[in-house]
Design a protein around this ligand. Structure first.
Ligand code: OGA
Ligand code: MN
Length: 207
């Protein structure tokens, strides 16, 4: 299959990251793959595989629905063909970012996320106080026919007190520097599906 992202889009993302620290691309992957990923997310949610997301890391992790209300499932390679295609596309992006920005990104971790109606994720940075390996965040949306009144926007807080909202429309990819861009997910009015992940470099975590 030829589901790899086109070179011009990869280089646009790298350029955006270099000059503004974030990038938004519509139609990052073909519609057929987007809907297959959405089907996979819903199927595994129906089978009870998604769990309430935690806040914090390791033993300090706890579920706090006043901060975030999504349900997640971490992806492992080799579990499904469509998920592997997604991981392959993200590895292409990882290599493009490394070639353009010398960030030394070593791997990519990612999970499905399902926000039921009424859920949100309060303003935060994608970086733990004791672990700085997450360097670049990437969120890929899986929702068909999202309407402005459906809510669930990703709000990014940028330099000069500017804000940028992204509708979680299927096929849209948002990429940003994890340590630089605070963001939140506004209350969603309907189920909101995504694949959320982080490119990581070698960090200061103790062995
Ligand atoms: C996250 C997050 C944003 C989104 O999971 O850390 O900020 O738009 N997600 O789903
Ligand atoms: Mn986040």
């Amino acid at each position: 299959m030829h589901n790899t992202p086109e070179f011009p889009m990869l280089s646009a993302i790298v350029d955006d990251l270099a000059c503004q620290g974030w990038s938004q691309q519509a139609h990052f992957l073909p519609a057929g793959l987007v809907s297959a990923l959405a089907t996979e997310c819903r199927r595994r949610a129906a089978e009870g595989e998604l769990n309430p997301a935690g806040v914090g890391r390791g033993a300090a992790q706890e579920v706090r629905e006043t901060i975030r209300g999504d349900h997640i499932l971490w992806l492992e390679p080799g579990e499904s063909e469509v998920c592997d295609e997604y991981l392959t596309a993200m590895d292409d992006l990882r290599q493009a970012i490394n070639q353009g920005l010398f960030l030394g990104l070593e791997d990519y971790e990612c999970h499905f996320a399902l926000y039921p109606a009424g859920a949100f994720y309060k303003r935060h940075l994608d970086r733990f106080r004791d672990d700085d390996r997450r360097a670049v965040s990437a969120v890929f949306y899986l929702n068909s026919d999202w309407q402005p009144g459906d809510g669930g926007e990703l709000r990014m807080f940028l330099a000069d007190e500017r804000e940028h909202d992204v509708q979680p429309t299927g096929g849209t990819l948002v990429v940003f520097l994890s340590g630089d861009v605070p963001h939140e997910v506004l209350v969603t009015g309907r189920d909101r599906l995504s694949l959320t992940g982080w490119f990581r470099r070698r960090g200061n975590e103790p062995f």
